[in-house]
Unconditional design. Structure first.
Ligand code: NAD
Length: 260
């Protein structure tokens, strides 16, 4: 969809060497955008991934290491790229524990990576978007930005926070050709979610299929995972002219979760 209409634009996607970030980057690349992939690692395979996508999509793709738990590295990622027409704040981690047992350092890490990083990247990107006369900020929030689950205090707080940040960014840019929106996915079968399966199997004495159906997809009425491609296409839509008046809001891609 939307063949090549992002040609000449640069998209920076945080946390994009796997999962949703990679899926979103790939779709933006298919629509013609040059890409900056990011994570906190500096491995040959990170750069090989960028080279493979460049060859496949026919756009420029760079991999830039930056740790989204560190304010200065968030801002440098944007500034050193030199152009940022589309910013996708996607990097995220999860930790599951009851509040009294939730390690303080895990709370700090989840808030830093899932929420504060988006503040720092957006602060660095908005002046560049204003200079270019166009911009899109897309925050990957979650159904947990609109609802809560027990044992995910930091994640739910961060995701509600990013929905709030989305509204403020939308208001601060409302008179400009810049929009900011949050995509709120339900469950997507990425490494982040796969990593939760063994613990849940042990906790409830279930096999893998039971965990998927009875725990992960319990609140997803469609009983299907959302896909990274669907999220990527939603991001591409938000970059289109059709979405120019959509700002400061959320789009759920959650199989009906938040309708319950
Ligand atoms: P994932 O683990 O596959 O990807 C997370 C990405 O973030 C990876 O590329 C990882 O390297 C990167 N990352 C982690 N810590 C980082 C750091 N300090 N600095 C830079 N990058 C870092 O997970 P995912 O499921 O693709 O999650 C992506 C986003 O989507 C997250 O914000 C997550 O909360 C959100 N989300 C996921 C789901 C789901 O079901 N998978 C649902 C709703 C929202």
């Amino acid at each position: 969809m939307f063949e090549q209409f992002l040609k000449g634009k640069t998209a920076i996607v945080t946390g994009s060497n796997s999962g949703i970030g990679l899926g979103v980057a790939e779709r933006l690349g298919r629509a013609g955008a040059d890409l900056v992939l990011n994570s906190f690692t500096e491995r040959d395979e990170d750069h090989a991934l960028a080279d493979r996508l460049a060859a496949e999509l026919g756009v420029r793709v760079r991999y830039v290491r930056a740790d989204m738990s560190k304010a200065a590295e968030c801002r440098n990622l944007i500034r050193q790229t030199g152009a940022c027409d589309i910013l996708v704040n996607n990097a995220g981690i999860q930790h599951v524990a009851a509040i009294p047992d939730f390690p303080a350092e895990k709370w700090d890490a989840v808030i830093a990576i899932n929420l504060s990083s988006a503040f720092h990247t957006t602060a660095a990107a908005l002046p560049m978007m204003r200079e270019a006369g166009w911009g899109r900020v897309i925050n990957i929030a979650s159904a947990h930005g609109l609802t809560a689950s027990p044992f995910k205090s930091a994640y739910v707080a961060a995701k509600h926070g990013i929905v709030g940040l989305t509204k403020v960014t939308g208001l601060e840019t409302a008179r400009e050709p810049i929009t900011c929106n949050a995509i709120c996915p339900g469950y997507v079968l990425t490494p982040l979610v796969k990593a939760q399966i063994p613990d849940t199997m042990a906790k409830y004495g279930m096999d893998r299929d039971e965990v998927i159906e009875k725990v992960l997809l319990e609140r997803q009425p469609s009983k299907e995972f959302a896909t990274t491609q669907q999220l990527g296409d939603t991001a591409v839509f938000l970059c289109s002219e059709a979405a120019a008046q959509i700002t400061g809001t959320t789009i759920s891609v959650d199989g009906g979760w938040t309708a319950l």
